[in-house]
Design a protein around this ligand. Structure first.
Ligand code: TMP
Length: 229
């Protein structure tokens, strides 16, 4: 094992440039102040991430994803993660509502990009492009690349989820450096996205855990069915 995070473990393989990403059922919120288990979450998030990375590849957007190995593991390229979380927002909810006092559910068009510093000891603070340069996390050109790739991914995923009856409210991406290229990495799942059912407005993501909305496992299974079924 190379690394264990809150929701995943990373394993080395025989190949220097490939890793195995193992998805756990562990769930955390509020910088791990709240902890729990969502039964079968790892299986759901592995399958959904695999499907979405494959869909992005079909649309010409590369990622670290190589192939799914089994129900909890995927084979990935070995990237050097850029410690910047890139958030795309199509509607206002979550931290932006608290921070800016926006109306819950406000449509954000064109979509908004935000950057957060991936550092648990600091609580993943919101940072500006100047902060990213100050901390030497990325260059001006790389920041522009992160922004453009995040917007492109949104343009591909928004209609994908629309067809499944879900509004892609917002999501968080992590990127990595791989042979001189910036590619999307980590996972794209109900842990890292917000989906609202188009018919009912029901929350279909990790907000059910964060906010104790109940029917957590059932909702993850429903998202799996809609995305991969
Ligand atoms: P936020 O509204 O809490 O800033 O969250 C924005 C998006 O980022 C939302 O889709 C959930 C996702 N997210 C993560 O993937 N990891 C995190 O640690 C947090 C706080 C949010």
């Amino acid at each position: 094992m190379l690394y264990e995070g809150k929701a995943k473990k990373i394993f080395l393989t025989e190949k220097d440039d490939e890793l195995i990403q193992y998805f756990k059922d562990d769930a955390t919120a509020f910088n791990a102040e709240k902890r729990g288990t969502i039964l079968k979450k790892g299986v759901v998030n592995n399958a959904i991430s695999a499907k979405l990375f494959q869909h992005l590849a079909d649309a010409g957007i590369p990622s670290h994803f190589i192939q799914q190995i089994n129900d909890r593991e995927m084979l990935t390229r070995r990237v050097k993660i850029i410690p910047v979380e890139v958030v795309v927002r199509n509607r206002a909810t979550g931290s932006i509502v608290k921070r800016l006092g926006l109306e819950e559910g406000l449509i954000i068009d064109p979509p908004l990009i935000e950057f957060f510093y991936k550092d648990d000891s600091l609580g993943d603070p919101l940072i500006s492009e100047d902060h990213i340069r100050l901390l030497k996390l990325a260059t001006t050109g790389q920041i522009e690349e992160l922004r453009q790739q995040a917007l492109n991914i949104n343009e591909v995923l928004k209609p994908f989820f629309q067809k499944k009856g879900m509004f892609l409210v917002d999501f968080k991406l992590e990127f990595g450096l791989w042979s001189g290229q910036i590619i999307v990495a980590d996972e794209i799942s109900p842990d890292t996205c917000r989906f609202w059912d188009i018919q009912t407005g029901e929350r279909m993501d990790k907000d059910r855990f964060r906010k104790d909305l109940g029917r957590i496992e059932e909702t993850y299974q429903e998202v799996l069915k809609r995305v991969c079924g």
